[in-house]
Design a protein around this ligand. Structure first.
Ligand SMILES: [Zn+2]
Length: 356
């Protein structure tokens, strides 16, 4: 897990989708309304070719991974919003642009919808889930404004759509989404959604990498990231680590100084130590952060350790484990459901990370 610049959002990178992969186990754990894609049928009666079947499986895999990432990420971002210096309002919806896939013909046949802009995933527990806007619904307008024409590079239109939703929510706390599950616009619904405060971060899946990263604005997981096959709370721990990087503005800090291995290592320690606090506030077991490290580290932690940007996974797990007593004492005597103000812990965490 590193902070890495990754340039392009997910849809355009579908070009490089791995083929033939199966849906990850973790997506089956996702609860919330309407996480099952509605419309995955061919527009024609012809059986799809093997190439098309493989491509569809890759799209479906990415969509199920997105369902998990959006749900767990949203839960973490919402639960910790009171303490994030950069909080925004969110309705918990992720869109995709069928025109931006490298095989838009297959994407359009697969989703067979009234618009190239569709709902890629809905975060469980979000305003979009409460409103029952279905996964794969076509999006016809945001606040009455239809999607713009495709832009170059192709990911730009999708970013513009997400930006339009965020801007509307920032302006007055609500946004009107025009959507339909019909193949024409005649059956459209307009749903006005009121968002919830969340720590500001977008969550994305990128194909063909096993890395997780955080760039200050986004948390990005590769489709091959091992944690998709772990227990849900362990995957949530991996998200919490990356979210911690963004909450603590590590990218900006590293950009402002010399990007040495030692400087990166300090940011990794801080993210490790903050992550169990983020988990606790979201109702996940904080020990999941240590459990993730002990599961992920033996197979995947060696390369990062050899680069000296990260401590050994054993040291990282032990350091996270030492946070548990502090979290438990902070929780003791508090009514259930009270959030832990981890801002009070940051001076100690920063000192520990610099000293370790
Ligand atoms: Zn990291």
């Amino acid at each position: 897990m590193t902070t890495t610049t990754l340039g392009r959002p997910v849809a355009v990178m579908a070009a490089m989708l791995a083929i033939g992969a199966t849906a990850p186990a973790i997506a089956q754990e996702v609860t919330g309304t309407r996480q099952t894609p509605l419309v995955i049928t061919s527009a024609s009666n012809d059986a799809p070719t093997r190439e098309e079947s493989n491509y569809r499986r890759s799209i479906a895999k990415m969509q199920s991974q997105n369902a998990a990432l959006q749900t767990f990420g949203y839960r973490l971002a919402k639960a910790n919003a009171p303490f994030c210096s950069r909080a925004i309002t969110s309705i918990g919806i992720l869109l995709h642009d069928r025109a931006a896939y490298d095989r838009p013909d297959i994407a359009r046949r697969m989703f067979h919808a009234a618009s190239d802009i569709g709902v890629q995933a809905v975060a469980g527990g979000s305003a979009a889930a409460r409103a029952s806007i279905p996964v794969n619904a076509a999006i016809l307008a945001v606040d009455g404004v239809p999607p713009p024409e495709p832009q170059t590079p192709l990911w730009r239109r999708l970013t513009a759509m997400h930006d339009a939703i965020d801007a509307s929510l920032m302006a007055d706390g609500s946004v009107a989404i025009t959507w339909t599950t019909d193949t024409g616009a005649s059956g459209a619904s307009i749903t006005t959604l009121t968002g919830d405060p969340v720590c500001r971060t977008r969550f994305e899946i990128h194909p063909k990498t096993d890395r997780a990263s955080a760039d200050g604005e986004r948390v990005i997981f590769g489709t091959e990231f091992a944690g998709f096959d772990y227990a849900p709370h362990e995957f949530a721990a991996a998200i919490a680590h990356e979210l911690a990087h963004n909450i603590l503005a590590h990218r900006a800090r590293l950009n402002a100084t010399e990007r040495t291995s030692a400087a990166i290592r300090v940011t990794e320690r801080e993210a490790d130590l903050l992550s169990p606090w983020l988990l606790a506030n979201a109702g996940y077991p904080p020990r999941a952060a240590e459990a993730f490290m002990r599961r992920w580290g033996p197979d995947h932690g060696g390369g990062l350790f050899r680069k000296r940007t990260h401590d050994s996974w054993q040291d990282r797990a032990a350091a996270i484990g030492r946070e548990m007593a502090l979290i438990e004492s902070a929780q003791a005597g508090q009514p259930d459901g009270t959030k832990l103000d981890w801002r009070l812990q940051l001076p100690r965490i920063r000192a520990a990370a610099a000293r370790l």
